[in-house]
Design a protein around this ligand. Structure first.
Ligand SMILES: O=C(O)CCC(=O)C1=CC=C[C@@H](O)[C@@H]1C(=O)O
Ligand SMILES: [Mg+2]
Length: 379
């Protein structure tokens, strides 16, 4: 693919509203945009979605940056690859660090699609021209405030509403929501805030006709999720637990969930996302694409993967304006009545706008072919 250099554009973006989950509140988003440049000056873009702190998962941006600079970018530059699927194999000896791997791999996918003049969605085997999207709402100080936010998003036409729950803000809060919004497609996300000791609370949620309960228990606990799913009518959806193809296989075989949320970064990139897609399809497990509070580049990668046939449920890829006063891409992602049109342009389908990015840019670091992987044991 003749990749000449990798640039790591490090941005600090300020979110329009704080976003609160069971594990914390976020206002600033530290994002790295990865640019892979080929010998002809063509650029492909990826986004590293690690959090600022290791709260959602063990990955965090400072560590991902080191992993990209020390290992993944130099490795990519020193090994000629023919296809983006080769990237996963190239990085395989290096354990985990999926979000760092996915960020670089994403730039390679976009570059390859542009080199071949096709949309990323088509390159991935996507079959949809538009995708349904929902919206994820954080916890608010009061239920009244949350009701207002839901009303806004229902008016905007989103295809489903996801609300965050945690112990003490669960059954009664959902009862209040259902009191006002009797029939909206509604789901909850606990981000691992419960254990099987909370089974009565989780069972009580069955009465509210929820589409699913996302990640109620600990990420590593496929066994307890299987026990829980057997006792719940509401489908369990796994997010944090699905950090690899093998985890997806385990969850499906054990019956730990009936739905999977695929996050491209969490599973190590688009190649792994496709593999999980095919596995889930074979087992009749529907998918949707989750979000990581991405800027436009990550958002467009999410839309591209959602065009695959088994992404049958609305994802978290809401409009750019859901989180940002101004996104870094032109055109921005816009959901009309909960539907995003898939671009026919080559690659991710929008331009990264360096003029807009400037306001958020803290630093750009460039890795070239002269930079060797910085390892003690490497031959
Ligand atoms: O809109 C989005 O990007 C999804 C937002 C969202 O729900 C999440 C983002 C980041 C980490 C988690 O809290 C989370 C999730 O669990 O899905
Ligand atoms: Mg989640």
């Amino acid at each position: 693919m003749n990749i000449k250099e990798i640039k790591l554009h490090q941005l600090m973006m300020n979110m329009k509203h704080p976003f609160t989950t069971s594990f914390g509140t976020q206002q600033d988003r530290f994002i790295t945009i990865i640019e892979a440049v080929d010998e002809n000056g063509l650029s492909g873009f990826g986004e590293c979605v690690s959090g600022e702190d290791p709260l959602y998962s063990e990955e965090f941006m400072d560590a991902s940056l080191i992993a990209m600079k020390k290992y993944f970018a130099p490795l990519l530059l020193q090994n000629e690859i023919k296809h983006p699927d080769d990237v996963w194999e190239l990085f395989k000896p290096f354990k985990r660090n999926n979000m760092a791997k996915a960020g670089i791999e994403g730039a390679v996918w976009d570059l390859y699609a542009k080199q071949h003049d096709i949309p990323l969605s088509k390159l991935l085997g996507g079959v949809k021209e538009n995708v349904d999207v929902g919206v994820s709402l954080g916890l608010e100080e009061t239920d009244e405030l949350l009701l207002e936010r839901i009303a806004e998003k229902v008016d905007e036409g989103y295809k489903r509403i996801k609300v965050k729950i945690k112990p003490g803000r669960d059954v009664e809060m959902i009862r209040t929501i259902r009191g006002k919004f009797k029939d909206i497609p509604l789901m909850v996300d606990a981000n691992s805030a419960y254990t099987l000791d909370d089974i009565d609370t989780l069972k009580a949620l069955d009465q509210f006709k929820l589409m699913m309960i996302e990640q109620p228990l600990a990420a590593g606990d496929l066994i307890d999720h299987a026990k829980l799913q057997r006792q719940l009518k509401t489908p369990v959806c796994l997010d944090e637990s699905i950090d690899s193809y093998e985890a997806a296989r385990g969850a499906i075989e054990l019956g730990s969930c009936r739905i999977i949320n695929v996050k491209v970064g969490r599973v190590g990139g688009l190649t792994q996302s496709k593999k999980i897609h095919d596995l889930a399809q074979k087992h009749h497990i529907p998918l949707w694409c989750g979000g990581m509070l991405e800027a436009g580049v990550g958002r467009l990668h999410n839309i591209a993967i959602t065009t695959l046939g088994n992404f049958t449920l609305p994802g978290d890829t809401a409009s750019s304006s859901r989180y940002w006063h101004e996104d870094i891409i032109t055109p921005e992602v816009t959901a009309e009545n909960g539907v995003v049109e898939v671009s026919h342009e080559p690659g991710i389908g929008a331009e990264v706008d360096f003029g807009k990015m400037e306001q958020y840019l803290q630093k750009t670091e460039t890795i070239t072919k002269e930079d060797t992987p910085d390892m003690i044991f490497y031959d």
